[in-house]
Design a protein around this ligand. Structure first.
Ligand code: ZN
Length: 307
């Protein structure tokens, strides 16, 4: 058996991917309190919010206020999700509080149309411009490609098509590409075959995996990606999150489940697992409903040892 890598990088996306998919709008005070707690867990990257139209995603209408109020902490990179040029302009009003931006589109036409009401070509035309402008402002850019491993409307998505879209964004200045399994359709064999191809097609960019646990295969896919050379992951504390279309596309893979698995395997994440679990526990209380991550339910392995 090949040895696992010694380190992996995790970007926490719960405050964006998670909060935007909650049926009830979380108060600004609650968002700020929980993000401040998350940034004290050793997480080095966190997606704070998204600069979307408030009538489209009312759950993140307070994005600018959240960004202005959360505590900046040494060694923690803040990113925001940007849907279009207007979003970038709004985000740049707080340029000093942002290190990175993420832009997104889907690899399948139908999902992109249902999600952002544009063709992939229209999205690419705008987003390559957004990435170019953001780079001029010194921001690092991440491009996230949804439905990279399958589309609920079109089925199979050709990896070559994914790499073509990724290549256009890399050429525009994105230094990292995130491959999203937006509706939880990936399987570990497919993921294991995907990443070596991706590395070949996109040699100069950082590759990141974004898995959803919609069908319980999130961790298996993380492991498959890890064995295939991917060491950068996006995940969401408490297993919060999902996708607006289609309905029922719930649950990013939980950050605490990923951290627990990696650390138990000797892969360092730099994250204090009990502190992270405490964030999910507090979130659960603030939401008033049970969150579904395994480690939140069972506790970290070392706690069981002490009992
Ligand atoms: Zn997601």
């Amino acid at each position: 058996m090949i040895a696992p890598p010694t380190e992996a990088l995790i970007r926490e996306v719960g405050p964006r991917d998670g909060f935007q998919n909650e049926p009830e709008i979380i108060s600004t005070d609650d968002k700020v309190a929980i993000i401040d707690k998350l940034t004290a867990t050793g997480l080095s990257r966190i997606e704070i919010t998204s600069f979307v139209r408030p009538d489209v995603i009312p759950q993140l209408a307070d994005g600018a206020e959240v960004l202005s109020r959360v505590q900046r902490r040494e060694g923690v990179s803040f990113s925001v999700l940007i849907p279009n040029r207007r979003g970038l302009e709004n985000a740049l009003a707080q340029r000093e509080r942002i290190d990175e931006i993420s832009v997104f589109l889907s690899a399948s036409e139908t999902h992109n149309m249902k999600n952002v009401n544009r063709t992939i070509g229209q999205s690419l035309a705008e987003l390559t411009g957004v990435v170019g402008d953001a780079r001029k402002d010194g921001l690092r850019c991440v491009a996230v490609i949804s439905t990279s491993f399958g589309c609920p409307y079109e089925g199979h998505v050709d990896p070559e098509r994914v790499f073509e879209i990724a290549g256009a964004l890399a050429e525009a200045g994105a230094s990292e590409i995130g491959f999203g399994d937006t509706t939880g359709m990936a399987n570990p064999l497919q993921v294991g075959e995907f990443f070596p191809l991706a590395e070949n097609a996109l040699p100069d960019v950082q590759l990141t995996a974004h898995f959803h646990n919609t069908r319980g295969q999130g961790l298996a896919n993380v492991l498959a990606a890890l064995w295939a050379g991917c060491t950068s992951f996006e995940s969401s504390f408490g297993e919060l999150g999902g996708c607006p279309v289609p309905p029922g596309s719930t649950g990013n893979v939980a950050t605490e489940d990923v951290v627990s698995m990696l650390e138990e395997m000797g892969v360092s994440t730099g994250i204090d697992l009990p502190a992270l679990v405490e964030c999910s526990r507090e979130m659960q209380e603030r939401l008033g409903r049970r969150l579904t991550s395994h480690v939140l339910t069972a506790g970290p392995v070392e706690w069981a040892d002490k009992a």
